[in-house]
Design a protein around this ligand. Structure first.
Ligand SMILES: C[S@@+](CC[C@H](N)C(=O)[O-])C[C@H]1O[C@@H](n2cnc3c(N)ncnc32)[C@H](O)[C@@H]1O
Length: 264
C-alpha cells in the first residue's frame, strides 16, 4: 500500500513507514509545511492544551508550557492554516481542546475554514476524575469539527439507545460522546500521560473519514489515532516532537492488523 503522505519529511525529521502508516519525529509546524496540498481526508489534532504544565510519566512526557492565550495562539494558528491546506476538498478537522482555549480555537478555526465550515462542537464526556467545592466538576473535553467544503464525508455513528421505548436498539449518536477515559488498569494503557481512548478515535474516524482514506495526526503522542485508523481500514500519518512518543506509537502500530493489508 502506498504511504499516505505525498511528500518527504523535513531533513531534520526521522520518518518510519509501515503498511498503511508513516510516523515522523519532528515539529508539527515544519512537518505540516512539507506535506502536499489536499493530501488528507481527515485531520485529528490533539495538541498541548495550554495548561502551563509538564506532563511526565515513566514512559515519557512533554512540556505544555504555553501559559497565555497569545502564546497558545502563536503555536496553534499557523498549524490550523497548514492543516486546511493539506486537507482534500471533502476533508475535515477534529480539533481536541478543553475549557482553557476551546472558545478561542472555534474562532481561529472559523477564520480559516469559514463560518460555513462549522459542523459540530462535540463534547467528549469522560467521567473519570475528581470534584471541586468551587464549581461544577469538569468532566468533558471539546472536539471542534470543521469541514473544508460542503461535500465533507460523514456517516453518523450508531450508539445504544437509552430510552425504555428503544431498549436494545441503536440510534444515531448525538454531539455528546459518552466514552470513559482510559483507567490506570486498562489493557490499552501504554503509559503516555494524555493518551486518548481507542473507542473515541475509532468512532470519530469511522464517522468522518471514508474507508481507505488518509488520516493525519500532527501531535500523535502514543499513536492512538493511527492505531484506530489502521484498525478501521484507513491509512495514517502521525507526527510528534517527542522521541519517546514515537517509540510508543511504533510499538503499538507494529502490533496492529489492518483489514487493508490483505489487499496490498
Ligand atoms: C495531548 S498529547 C497527544 C496524545 C495522543 N492523542 C494520544 O492518544 O496519545 C499532545 C502531544 O503533542 C506533542 N507535541 C507538543 N508540541 C509539539 C510540536 N511542536 N510538534 C509535534 N508534536 C508536539 C507532545 O509530545 C504530545 O505527545
Amino acid at each position: 500500500m502506498p504511504t499516505p503522505a505525498t511528500s518527504t519529511a523535513p531533513r531534520d525529521a526521522r520518518r518510519i513507514d509501515g503498511p498503511g502508516w508513516s510516523v515522523v519525529e519532528g515539529d508539527a509546524g515544519s512537518v505540516l509545511a512539507s506535506l502536499a496540498d489536499g493530501s488528507f481526508d481527515l485531520c485529528y489534532l490533539d495538541p498541548p492544551f495550554g495548561t502551563g504544565r509538564t506532563f511526565a510519566s515513566a514512559a515519557g512526557g512533554f512540556d505544555d508550557r504555553c501559559s497565555s492565550a497569545a502564546e497558545f495562539g502563536a503555536l496553534i494558528r499557523p498549524w490550523i492554516r497548514q492543516i486546511h491546506r493539506v486537507l482534500a476538498a471533502h476533508g475535515s478537522i477534529l480539533l481536541h481542546a478543553d475549557w482553557r482555549h476551546s472558545h478561542r480555537l472555534r474562532l481561529w478555526l472559523e477564520e480559516v475554514f469559514g463560518e460555513a465550515g462549522f459542523v459540530n462542537h462535540l463534547v467528549w464526556s469522560y467521567g473519570l476524575g475528581g470534584s471541586s467545592p468551587r464549581r461544577f466538576a469538569r468532566k468533558h473535553d471539546d472536539i471542534l469539527y470543521f469541514a473544508k467544503g460542503p461535500d465533507y464525508h460523514f456517516i453518523p455513528p450508531r450508539v445504544p439507545a437509552s430510552s425504555a421505548r428503544m431498549k436494545g436498539m441503536l440510534k444515531k449518536a448525538t454531539d455528546v460522546l459518552s466514552i470513559p477515559a482510559i483507567n490506570n488498569m486498562a489493557h490499552e494503557r501504554c503509559g503516555w500521560p494524555t493518551q486518548k481512548p481507542l473507542a473515541l478515535l475509532r468512532m470519530l474516524i469511522e464517522a468522518c473519514c471514508p474507508p481507505g482514506g488518509r488520516v493525519l495526526d500532527p501531535c500523535m503522542g502514543s499513536g492512538t489515532t493511527l492505531v484506530a485508523a489502521i484498525e478501521t481500514g484507513r491509512r495514517a500519518f502521525g507526527v510528534d516532537a517527542s522521541p519517546a512518543a514515537l517509540e510508543i506509537a511504533l510499538t503499538r502500530l507494529t502490533a496492529v492488523e489492518s483489514p487493508l493489508s490483505a489487499v496490498g
